[in-house]
Design a protein around this ligand. Structure first.
Ligand code: 2HA
Ligand code: ZN
Length: 274
């Protein structure tokens, strides 16, 4: 099969383009990665070349030997749909999870995303904690969530509760809550460690004054999660722009009732009295 005809490749390209259309990927902002299934790797293997092994910049032993489809460092989401072979690449990890090599794409000397350590460490945490179900990690520069990191305390409890209150679907879509990473230098191992620690508990991590990471089983769920959180943030920004205090809202007791009917577990630490 032609590499670009594979369904997982088409799904990846569509998601990148959807993110671009949302306005979350100015210039080369944001990055996307997908942990490719064994049968999917097999179906496109005839197209593989072999690049040189290069260090990942962190160790991910539980991902040894796995393949990932990733956006490229410095590449623009806007261009993914037009020239995927230049903007996107497939990488293989070595048998220790220390090095990667490019087996398809990133033509013209491209490299995987500058946030590769965060992507792979998040994948490792999610692979282990979901029995291999989670396969997508998505980083986007979501305008309204970023704006909120200037006016809300950078606490998991506050972001979770405030965003839950802005739309009834939110506690059902992200019942475990949202983690917040304080401002840190992006691109390295330190921010990857901080983010992947939050991913042990949550499917969403906010990077203060920068953007968001979302994790999920497939492209629909992961894009939908990013979209839901950002939409809720947009409502909060609009509300705060009209007046600083809410006239009425969803109460802790309302959330407890919702949890019962929708069979979700909403941790009490988010249902504090204000
Ligand atoms: O430019 O978003 O965090 C890619 C990024 C870095
Ligand atoms: Zn970024």
């Amino acid at each position: 099969m032609r590499f670009l005809d594979a369904e997982f490749v088409q799904g990846f390209i569509r998601m990148a383009d959807d993110g671009w259309k949302q306005g979350w990927h100015e210039r080369n902002g944001g990055n996307l990665s997908y942990r490719v299934k064994e049968e999917e790797v097999k179906s496109v293997k005839e197209n593989f070349g072999q690049g040189e092994w290069k260090p990942i910049g962190t160790n991910v032993p539980d991902l040894a030997g796995e393949y990932f489809l990733v956006t490229g460092s410095g590449k623009y989401f806007r261009n993914v749909i037009q020239k995927p072979e230049d903007s996107v690449g497939m990488i293989e990890l070595d048998d220790q999870g220390r090095n990667y090599r490019i087996v398809w794409g990133l033509t013209g000397g491209g490299k995987p995303t500058s946030e590769l350590p965060s992507h792979l460490m998040n994948h490792e945490v999610k692979k282990l904690s979901t029995d291999g179900r989670y396969r997508v990690i998505y980083h986007a520069h979501t305008t309204n969530v970023i704006a909120l990191t200037f006016v809300l305390p950078l606490k998991d409890e506050v972001f979770t509760r405030e965003l839950w209150e802005m739309a009834t679907e939110c506690p059902v879509v992200f019942p475990a809550g949202i983690g917040v990473v304080p401002w840190m230098v992006p691109g390295g191992r330190e921010i990857a460690v901080a983010t992947s620690k939050l991913m042990e508990k949550y499917d969403v991590a906010i990077w203060a004054h920068h953007g968001m990471f979302a994790a999920g089983e497939d492209f629909d769920l992961t894009f939908g999660l990013m979209h839901t959180v950002e939409k809720s943030a947009e409502i909060l920004v609009k509300m705060l722009s009209m007046q600083p205090a809410k006239m009425q809202t969803i109460t802790p007791e309302d959330f407890r009732n919702l949890a019962k009917d929708f069979h979700v577990d909403l941790p009490e630490r988010f249902l504090y009295e204000k």
